[in-house]
Design a protein around this ligand. Structure first.
Ligand SMILES: [Mn+2]
Length: 353
């Protein structure tokens, strides 16, 4: 039995509104939803599990019709879904009265319920948050009634720090499909956050996609295999560059541009600039931002000190003694340079006179 598990797609979101890429990102997230539908068909998936926050806010009827039309394109796959924190089952949620296609099951109450899927011999348990401040996971009591076949739990955590993952792991499910975290994470082999198929802000670096899973029966037991298949059309990348005191702003911009070209011009970059800076030099963050796919520039450069001058000026205090000791040491030149650099910086900051 093969499944795809997704969550937290946040359809409708325009991440980082106002930035040059925001409108394109909104569209890309919808396209990724259709890509996942295609993957279900191409891979002959039995169940598409959606663990909440399919939508970024309470969906309108038009939004539901749009995703339902995509679900209609599924050949073999059945869709099973719960609501999440952003699209929770409010009393007036359009989820409640929507007439889904025959291949779609949505768990629409705050009580754990179950549906058996004959085609693949799997019972799926699900629970939807019915307000935005109750955590459905805390209402799940083990253990699933042990009907024949495999047992999967579908839910969205609203209170990560308060979630008893051990309890979920021991609750008797062969797989626990969690939503509520945007970074994919295996809590245990069978308790898994799929993460968002598309990253939604600059903190969400790393791979984003869907969980491809397979449950294979052997005797009474099932063996489980899962892997993260990346599908995000862009990634957020932290780019670290090191400059030296004689680099100009235009040289730095060129360096950042060439790094971006080699790592993928479609990605979005947070640029960390480190290294030595001349006392007369100011990093031109705007020039780097103007490259266009930059979310932020973080200036971590430190002043390139004139150590001889500093030593003379500080001959009677800790700074002078420190520079003297490092200069006299037998350490390799590169180590000495770094030691001088960070040591003097720290002493000056701490008022080491
Ligand atoms: Mn979310």
């Amino acid at each position: 039995m093969k499944f795809i598990h997704i969550s937290d797609l946040h359809l409708g979101i325009e991440p980082e509104k106002g930035r040059p890429w925001a409108a394109a990102r909104k569209n890309e997230i919808w396209k990724t939803f259709d890509r996942i539908i295609d993957e279900c068909n191409n891979r002959e998936i039995d169940l598409l599990l959606i663990s909440g926050d399919l939508f970024n806010k309470q969906p309108g009827v038009k939004d539901l019709k749009t995703v339902n039309e995509s679900f209609e394109k599924l050949k073999k796959t059945k869709v099973v879904m719960v609501a999440g924190a952003n699209d929770y089952m409010s009393p007036r949620s359009h989820y409640r009265n929507f007439k889904w296609n025959g291949n779609v099951t949505m768990f629409s109450t705050g009580e754990l319920s179950e549906v058996y899927f004959y085609g693949c011999g799997v019972t799926v348990y699900g629970i939807s948050p019915d307000s935005n401040d109750t955590d459905p996971v805390s209402r799940i009591d083990p253990v699933p009634k042990k009907s024949a076949g495999a047992h999967i739990l579908l839910c969205h955590t609203m209170n990560l720090s308060g979630t008893d993952f051990d309890k979920l792991d021991r609750a008797g499910f062969e797989y626990v499909a969690l939503g509520g975290e945007h970074q994919a994470r295996k809590v245990t082999d069978r308790v898994v956050f799929s993460g968002s198929p598309e990253p939604l802000n600059r903190e969400e670096t790393g791979d984003h996609g869907f969980i491809l899973g397979e449950l294979v029966q052997s005797g009474e037991k099932y063996s489980l295999q899962t892997s993260l298949i990346p599908v995000a059309r862009r990634s957020y990348v932290d780019l670290h560059i090191r400059i030296s005191a004689d680099d100009t702003n235009s040289a730095i911009k060129e360096l950042v541009t060439s790094e971006i070209l080699s790592r993928g011009p479609e990605n979005l970059y947070r640029v960390f600039v480190d290294g030595l800076r001349d006392p007369e030099f100011t990093l031109d963050k705007q020039a780097i931002m103007s490259i266009g796919v930059i979310t932020d520039v973080i200036d971590g450069t430190v002043l390139d000190y004139n150590y001889d001058e500093l030593m003379t000026e500080n001959s009677a205090n800790l700074i002078g003694a420190y520079i003297n000791a490092i200069k006299d040491s037998d350490a390799p030149e590169s180590v000495k340079n770094r030691a001088l650099y960070y040591g003097v910086e720290a002493l000056l900051k701490a008022g080491g006179k």
